[in-house]
Ligand binder design. Structure first.
Ligand SMILES: C[S@@+](CC[C@H](N)C(=O)[O-])C[C@H]1O[C@@H](n2cnc3c(N)ncnc32)[C@H](O)[C@@H]1O
Length: 222
């Protein structure tokens, strides 16, 4: 086997082990507690998609909200965050609905959820569709619950026409009045404008969180 292939195979094995050990440690923590930065770094490295995964700051913020929320939880854009939300939800007693536009990536995340015995995530392959003013996931409304209490908006990718704006016009009626929405990449002008627009449309409040890679936390009026 060429050296490069061998190296890649060894790296894959190493990361797989790192993720498995990280998930074990994460799931052993007492309910309500947050993982250390060291453990989070190991989880991100083990997942092996560091550029595209939610930042450590966002994951910490997400887990803080996840331990408080009554559920159910909606996630736009799957990956490491799906595993962590699923693991918390299994202990807290709620379910996660994840929208993923990319069929290949959806299958990869689905297989990983299966490997870790995470059974409370409904990972829906929802290709992007043109809604006129924006593109967003083609959601099957009959497969979604009535009221989400927490939303992680980490997709679709930033270059989608209209960005991530579609959440409110398409699924606004499925959000609880006191919903908490975390929107990644709020340091970028387009995402920041979307966060401002959602806040105004919900009549809620917004804070910008995170130092290295800001994200928006928007809370409904209750
Ligand atoms: C920002 S990513 C979502 C990350 C996820 N929330 C996490 O914490 O791992 C948004 C979308 O990008 C796509 N994606 C993930 N990894 C990718 C990669 N390495 N290259 C291109 N697209 C990717 C997937 O379709 C995903 O839904």
């Amino acid at each position: 086997m060429p050296v490069r292939k061998l190296y890649r195979a060894a790296d894959r094995l190493y990361r797989r082990g790192l993720l498995a050990a990280g998930m074990r440690a994460f799931r052993r923590q007492p309910p309500g507690t947050l993982p250390s930065r060291r453990l989070l770094r190991a989880l991100r490295k083990g997942w092996g998609n560091e550029v595209w995964s939610a930042s450590e700051e966002l994951l910490i913020g997400l887990m803080r909200e996840a331990w408080k929320t009554p559920g159910p939880v909606l996630e736009c854009g799957s990956g490491l965050s799906t595993l962590l939300l699923g693991a918390i939800g299994m202990r807290a007693g709620w379910e996660v609905w994840t929208l993923e536009h990319d069929a290949f990536w959806a299958e990869h995340v689905r297989q990983t959820l299966r490997r870790f015995g995470i059974t409370n995530v409904h990972l829906l392959h929802a290709p992007l569709r043109d809604y006129g003013a924006f593109h967003w996931y083609d959601v099957p409304p009959e497969r979604l619950p009535a009221r989400f209490s927490l939303v992680l908006c980490d997709g679709p990718p930033g270059n989608t026409p209209g960005g991530r704006y579609g959440l409110l016009p398409v699924l606004g009626h499925r959000l609880s009045p006191s919903v908490v929405i975390l929107l990644d990449d709020a340091g970028r002008p387009d995402e920041r404008a979307i966060a401002d627009r959602w806040t105004a449309e919900l009549g809620g409040t917004m804070t910008i969180e995170g130092v290295q890679k800001p994200y928006a936390r928007i809370e409904g009026p209750g």
